[in-house]
Ligand binder design. Sequence first.
Ligand code: GLA
Length: 726
Amino acid sequence: MTRKLSLLLTLVLTLLIVPSVVAEKVVTISTQDIQLVYKVDKNNKLRQCYFGEAIASGAEQALMTKHDAYPTFGTSYVNEPALRAVHADGNTSTELVYVSHKTESKGDGIEYTEIALKDSYFPFNVTLCFNAYAKENVIEAWTVISHSEKKPVMLYNYASSHLFFQEEKYYLTQFYGEWADEMHMTEMQLTRGIKSLESKLGVRSNQHAHACFFLGLDAPAQENAGRVLGGTLAWPGSWKLTFDVDNLDNLHVICGINSFAGQYQLAKGEVFETPKMLYSYSNNGTGDITRNFHRWGKKYGIWRGDRTRTTLLNNWEATYFNFNEEILSKIIADASDMGFELFLLDDGWFGEKYPRNNDDAGLGDWMVNRAKLPNGIGYLVEEATRNGIKFGIWLEPEMVNPRSELYEKHPDWVITQPNREIDLSRNQLILDLCNPKVQDYVFGVIDNTLTENPGIAYVKWDCNRFVTNSGSFYLSADKQSHLWIEYVRGLYSVFERVRANHPEVSIMLCSGGGGRIDYASLRYFDEFWISDNTDAYNRIFIQWGTTQFFPAMALASHVSASPCHQTGRVTPLKFRFDVAMSAKLGMDIQPMNMTEEEKAFSKNAIKEYYTFREIVQHGDLYRLLSPYTNPRTAMMYVSEDKQDAVVFTYLLEKVINGGNNQVLYLKGLDPNKTYRLNELNKEPNKWSWFNELEGKSFTGEYLMKYGIRFPMYNQYESKIIRLTAE
Ligand code: GLA
């Protein structure tokens, strides 16, 4: 070998052996304000280097590699892997190496990135996928798994995403609840070890907790300051958000489907796609994160999120199961007279052999109960049309009562285990959506109802129980653990078909109150029902929690009777309206039980709602005083052009000494604009503490720095203040 050749060979070898001299590969996922950066290290492993406020382009090269991007069991040093797979030869480990990555624009400021990884030995592929929404500052993260091994690979853990943080302290805000008591918030400092928020309920999976969180980095999350991560999983099935503070005080956030009892046999060539985990981040507190999710939700996460939602009167708390054609016709006329835009007929209108006169029979038999409604649904639709309003109907298509013709015909269509007593919850069972025949049936329930009654403009889609005895007669014995995933796939397929046939019908997502609220389902739904608790006092908390992630335009909020049917609380009608009007207004009162004075008040309130609902439904939410820390609470919405705003404030508790003089420092206004203040939904002939400010004008700067100052005196007092730029 000549000297020259040997020198060349040495150079080539050096380059191969010491790859660190070659610039590291960097993958950057960015929105306008936030950035997630990965690098491929010298061992060809993908590492997360950064997640936080966007840094200047080019600066990524200097970032240190930190931690496995997607830790796997057996080869990553973690307590909780994002992925655990067992190969047919019994090998329990996975070692992922980088293959390639690509980025492409999807238009409208959305950038898609995928990073392909593969096992260092097996033909087993994992692709990390991201959509970065530049304007909304939201990043969607999910994972696609596939292989070409001869025999199936068993997946035991299959997270959507893993994020890594290296901070002094971490503060987790979780969202939890129960039937009629949804979406409470509480914050805790994370200590060493694992804290997981999870649901194993399968269906109605948000009954006890919501797959949402805030993570305060270094300090507790604040409304307008501090570094905060917000996350929510777009998946209506079982879910798990794991927060693992490791032995070096690093934090691993692992989010995705709850794979408990849900191992998945992945066949050769099959593509397994996890749900999308949505993240937003801000250096200025949770308020920004909320506004980011709301803007994103209205544009991408909710069916027709750009449209204004209609007001409605619902007969559930008005009549429960106790109604007939005459009663409903009268309610329809009253609803129209009060100014509502739609009448929603709730549970109890169906069942022939097993009429649905209470909750123990009829689910599954979606034919009209002629004893109650001799002229069918069509007649009521016509009644509504005659009265100039639209008509909506309640359905619970995924469920069946054993006392039904459907169950008699298809006892094998339900989720249950053989050789076990059937386990009823609200006297009902879940139909097995893993089974394509059941999917057809469930789709048919909605499709037939809407096709046979073309005037129906609105559907309330309910879902009143979770999974127990998790067996499917359709799935084979070795695939019973697929039920949790196959159910959701079946559900999505039904959602898709319904939307393909009925794009113009408004559909409400309801689940025994707020048991199913997620950004995967909401892609098909116009709005949601967050709680069967309609007590305005409780609703202030429930709505405060919910609107951290989901916008008020989709949050149905109904004025109901006093004393409240759920809590017995007595509150003024104005207070109930003022709370309901801060979201999507509806009512659940039998108008026949209202006095003329109450009806007149309601009529005026509804009329006034129409003057500002665009601001509530399409504006940005700013929270001013939290009900968790103040006896007086307040928040406001500001229109995108900052021309209009509306402030809501409520007194939860009377403070005898000192009064309730809390200043409302307004937010989100244009400091240079001048706004006129007017109180809305006033009680007739009643002196108001706000009188001194009525009709006056102030600059946005003044309203944000000096604030609005007026006392509130009695418990359940409330005010709505309209700001109009002059
Ligand atoms: C669930 C819903 C309620 C009502 C009833 C009817 O509980 O959340 O709003 O529709 O079912 O049975």
